[in-house]
Write a protein that binds this ligand. Sequence first.
Ligand code: ADP
Ligand code: ASP
Ligand code: MG
Length: 413
Amino acid sequence: MSLVVQKFGGTSLGDAQKIHRAARRAIQARLDGADVVMVVSAMGGTTDKLIDLAREVTPRPPRRELDMLLTTGEQVSIALMAMAIDTAGHRAISLTGGQLGLVTDSVHTQARIQRISKDRLARELSAGNIVIVAGFQGIDERGEITTLGRGASDTTAAALAAVLDADVCEIYTDVDGVYTSDPRIVPQARKLSRIGYDEMLELAGAGAKVMHSRAIEFGKKYNVPIHVRSSLIDLPGTMIMAETPGMEDVVVRGVTLQGNLATVVMIGVPNTPGTASSIFAEVARHNIVVDDIVQNIYDHGRIANIGFSTQEHEVERVREICEAMARERGFGKVEVDENVCKVSVVGIGMRSHAGVASKVFSVLAEARINIHTISTSEIVIGCIVNAEDGHRAMQHLHEAFGLDQEDPPASSG
Ligand code: ADP
Ligand code: ASP
Ligand code: MG
């Protein structure tokens, strides 16, 4: 028997009507002869509201308690979905991450999946149930409730598809596929019929929130095809799959934006072995994720400035940690810029085409957009710019690389 994992995001579960619509999708797949595992997110906006509520109570909610709070959003959805399927005359059962046996490490709010037990799932499926799993959550070895990071219901779905060897992992959302850029920001963005795991991984990592990047890692590792499609219309979306040779002909596949970033620079630190290590050890000890690390040296190599970017919501904690270090160790000062974002171009074709970076810089220069920090990897070029320039930068880059055209020319670099 075939097995399909269907994930419904919060935007597709906004009200009772939408819950019924999602339920009908799962029932149809069941009637077509497949075993069905559904993964559902919290209803649209719920997780944000819960976070706001926590912050009204305290500016620094303990992360364990934040997880306890946030997981309630998905618990509401699984129960309502099971009721919707039941009332349509079909068998369904809802399961939390803990009931399912989805075990994670203990890093509250950013936990990683360690293993998933198949026993309960297999039992419920063979009893003829559509199994509805709460996305985004798990339990650690001690039975503590954890969450997997914002947007991570996708990851729950891909991980379940991997352990169950599903035929496909379907991601139902409010867009009808993966686009060359966020269609809300770049109206000319074009839907891709397929995309390789590596490019999707980088697009997601660089801000294309249509997919959570760890979901793609599972897909790639276990070769699970992921189908991103609309929960509203029944048309094929985008297949995320192993790369095929022709895919490298396209130099730039997409343009992304990571908003809500902040940059932090520690000015005037000694340029000695172990300085960077001690700074980042301290930041990591607080489980703060950093990116785009830049070090410059001056004063004949004696002094350095060390900068990095982080999520805007972490900025107060980071500022405190860095200022405490600066005081204790006599470093110069800490400078924070909270109004920045990062615009990236992504494409595996960059492996074999030169000149992409210089084109990115000239496009931004012509648009009079100042670049604060540049980062590059094999298939990504990212620029940190002022928050107010982000959308314009995306639109110019999208046009300059011909992404609105059906087949972007390989020579566009
Ligand atoms: P869900 O609630 O279904 O998980 P999300 O809001 O997390 O949905 O993701 C869908 C949104 O991702 C879209 O509404 C779109 O604005 C945004 N998005 C960003 N980049 C892209 C892209 N490259 N292709 C499609 N959608 C994108
Ligand atoms: N509800 C969670 C969030 O909003 C998980 C998800 O939607 O994927 O981040
Ligand atoms: Mg999402």
